[in-house]
Design a binder for this molecule. Structure first.
Ligand SMILES: [Zn+2]
Length: 301
């Protein structure tokens, strides 16, 4: 693939279909994700809820500028904080997610509660590196708000004549990823199954993620709204898929040759992909792939 730098885009709404909007956040880096919404006269379907309350409240204001109808559903495309922290601020919405997304959110909430129980009352743990200082204070107001409706493979939400199809194709970016497909508009909201012009991060199963890229390629889709980056299409998805395939094959070689993760990280030269933002995710992706390959090996014996 010829390297393509990220095109400029602005934080705000982009109309992508009939009554259908992406809500983008520049520059798509750590914690800075996209969302979306569909409006009809009876309600609003919201896709993802963003990270810091100030982000979610700005997003809510934009939606309120388009429609005063109540929030009917909020889809969490996956469990990550930059897509679910804002759940509590989408007031009145029924939160819908894949069943493993809910499980992962519960596990994360339990871990956080256990860590908090070991600290003096009112004291917060250390701020993770990727969280910007300006968000840290606001995040004290976030309460884990779980999905109340879950599904296994697919679920269709009906808004008038418009159908939103929620699709799950196995573990990939996380264990419980969903895409939201609007067949009429040929628009696919992928959550973090797509990162455009930036390095994808894998916490689930990267070989299966490549398969999901193949599934999307076969779909009748003209616009893809990624979890991070500008609205794009199948070309941008192809760029990301090439990175995933490169990482799977290179890391598999390193694993089979008995290299440690550290040695693999030194041996794997990202080449053109080193120019993508968040290239440091290479190490995390290697760790994730080593886990995937080790569990494959266990299954053989
Ligand atoms: Zn994510």
């Amino acid at each position: 693939m010829p390297y393509r730098p990220m095109p400029d885009y602005e934080t705000g709404p982009v109309e992508v279909g009939d009554n259908l909007y992406a809500y983008l956040q520049w520059d798509g880096g750590w914690g800075i994700s996209n969302a979306g919404f569909l409006v009809d006269e009876n309600g609003v379907l919201v896709i993802d809820a963003l990270m810091a309350p100030s982000m979610t409240l700005a997003f809510v204001e934009v939606m309120r500028g388009v429609s005063q109808a109540p929030f009917r559903h909020l889809v969490n495309t996956h469990m990550h904080a930059d897509h679910t922290n804002g759940n509590q601020f989408i007031e009145g919405a029924e939160i819908v997610a894949h069943e493993r997304c809910r499980e992962e959110m519960m596990e994360a909430a339990e871990l956080a509660a256990r860590a908090a129980a070991n600290r003096p009352p009112g004291e917060r743990g250390p701020k993770p590196n990727w969280i910007q200082d300006s968000w840290w204070e606001e995040l004290a107001n976030v309460e884990a708000t779980l999905p109340v409706t879950t599904f296994e493979d697919r679920l269709t939400l009906h808004y008038g004549n418009t159908q939103a199809q929620l699709l799950h194709h196995g573990p990939a970016h996380t264990l419980g990823d969903s895409m939201v497909y609007f067949a009429d508009s040929k628009v696919l909201f992928t959550g973090d199954l797509a990162f455009f012009y930036a390095t994808p991060l894998c916490r689930g199963h990267m070989p299966n993620w490549v398969q999901i890229c193949e599934i999307i390629r076969e779909m009748d889709v003209e616009l893809v709204v990624p979890g991070h980056g500008p609205v794009g299409g199948k070309q941008e998805l192809q760029d990301m898929q090439e990175y995933l395939e490169f990482m799977v094959s290179q890391t598999r070689n390193a694993f089979e040759n008995g290299l440690s993760e550290e040695q693999a990280a030194l041996a794997i030269d990202l080449g053109q992909w080193a120019q993508w933002p968040e290239s440091e995710r290479k190490e995390m992706n290697i760790t994730n792939l080593y886990g995937t390959f080790a569990s494959e090996r266990k299954e053989l014996f």
